[in-house]
Design a protein around this ligand. Structure first.
Ligand code: 2IT
Length: 446
């Protein structure tokens, strides 16, 4: 590693002790933009990397609420407002027991580059809570969302910060959060995205992350003169992203053979399609966070308790669950079994070692490019809210497809190596970096 780069990373490490996920995300960006950064001394002079790795603001708050048995519960809420150089802070809220400040800083940092790649005017932010939705009743979810918004509402707004969903936050939670914001502010505005279609939500937003990921994979394959048709795909997770990806992959003629949950994974040799994809919604609605019941309902499928889907022989692997869900050993197993491509639909789904190994041996694309379709359609929801008009499904889907194709082109433009191979990590990082860096320079030292 270059000495100056090492010095830079050491300084970030000292400022953010123990924040492993944040440091992992920063290191991956710094390593890939470093040469480009050195070639542009005006970035160095303006200390762009030092500023980009420091969130503009971090809000941390107490979320007290009362559960169904009358007991008082206390969770911690966060909103990391990372970078507003190119638009209002924008990014999801995650409700999951694993949520920490480090995790949300990594997500907010990544979001800044992802949002820039979409070409829409959105800055980067992320928030959430260590609240665990598993096993909670609908009323408990509502009370928690109301308590969370009772503090968050002071810090957000349609021109300031526009949250959306992420793990543990779907249409139901966004509805409750929106209701409480509206009550407290007495304003009906586009302050959240992923809203219900009846109150300002965009069509295709629920499908957008998964659809976008498959449009991106389609473009990755096209570079190699290949198609999704006939390919075998391993997906992890069974939530919103996995669901959308499965629908679109099947539509293109691919066979999705796995889904997974915290309890293990399902291998379905006949493919997860049609009513089986819809069944994923039922599994999620049960709020139990398990996939095992799939194998009881569809006996041709097999459940592997405590295992990850990466041990199966597939052509394409698409992690759709959580960060670092695919490690070096998993990547090696996939590659040894003939896998040609790993595309992250989860944020930082692969460990650094797995991502570099897959980039080297096969083809790899990072979450900030592959999963940008979700936030892209959130951006389109903001546009529709500003116009007080709604677009048709076809209109939104066509724009989404175009945005994903453009992001792929950006990766090719900035990431093509002298050998002709595309390094998608480098392409996405430099492609996302330039717009934010130039906007920061134009706006002075603020
Ligand atoms: O990780 C992500 O990009 C999201 N959870 C979606 C964020 C958004 O604002 O739609």
């Amino acid at each position: 590693m270059d000495t100056k780069m090492k010095e830079f990373m050491d300084s970030v490490r000292v400022k953010n002790p123990g924040e492993d996920e944040f440091l992992q995300a920063v290191q991956e960006v710094v390593e890939t933009v470093w040469d480009f950064y050195q070639e542009n001394p005006h970035y160095i002079k303006a200390k762009i990397l030092e500023r980009m790795t420091e969130p503009e603001r971090v809000i941390m708050f107490r979320v007290p609420w009362v559960d169904d048995s009358g007991e008082v519960q206390v969770n911690r809420g966060y909103r990391v407002e990372f970078n507003s150089a190119i638009g209002p802070y924008k990014g999801g809220l995650r409700f999951h027991p694993s949520v920490t400040l480090s995790g949300l800083k990594f997500l907010g940092f990544e979001q800044t580059f992802k949002n820039s790649l979409t070409t829409l005017p959105m800055g980067g932010g992320k928030g959430g809570s260590d609240f665990n939705p598993k096993g909670k009743s609908d009323l408990e979810i509502m009370r928690f969302c109301q308590a969370f918004m009772s503090e968050l509402y002071r810090h957000i707004g349609p021109n300031t910060d526009v949250p959306a969903g992420d793990i543990g936050v779907g249409g139901r939670e966004i509805g409750y959060l929106f209701g409480q914001y509206k009550k407290l502010r007495n304003e009906f505005t586009g302050v959240l995205t992923g809203k219900g279609a009846e109150f300002g939500g965009s069509l295709i937003r629920p499908e957008a992350t998964g659809f976008g990921a498959i449009y991106f994979v389609r473009e990755m394959l096209a570079v190699r003169g290949e198609k999704l048709e006939g390919k075998t795909v391993a997906i992890s997770g069974f939530g919103n992203v996995a669901w959308g990806a499965a629908i679109k992959a099947v539509e293109y003629g691919a066979k999705v053979v796995t889904i997974s949950g915290p309890d293990g994974y399902i291998y379905d040799p006949e493919g997860v399609s049609d009513d089986k994809i819809e069944y994923m919604l039922e599994l999620r609605a049960s709020n139990m966070d398990v996939v095992a019941p799939y194998a009881e309902r569809y006996p041709e499928a097999k459940f592997f308790a405590g295992k990850k889907p990466w041990e199966q022989k597939v052509d394409i692997a698409i992690p759709c669950a959580i960060q670092n869900e695919l490690n070096e050993k998993d990547a090696r197993m996939l590659i040894d079994n003939g896998c040609q491509m790993i595309a992250e639909a989860s944020n930082m789904g692969c460990t650094t070692e797995a991502a570099y190994l897959a980039t080297d041996k096969i083809v790899f694309a990072p979450g900030k490019a592959v999963n940008a379709g979700g936030v892209a359609v959130s951006g389109l929801e903001m546009t529709q809210n500003s116009m007080r008009l709604g677009w048709s499904e076809k209109e939104v889907d066509e724009r989404l497809d175009q945005i994903m194709t453009n992001i792929h082109n950006t990766c090719v433009r900035f990431g093509t190596e002298p050998s002709g191979k595309v390094n998608y990590i480098k392409g996405a990082n430099i492609g996302g970096f330039v717009k934010v860096a130039d906007a920061m320079i134009a706006q002075g030292i603020v």
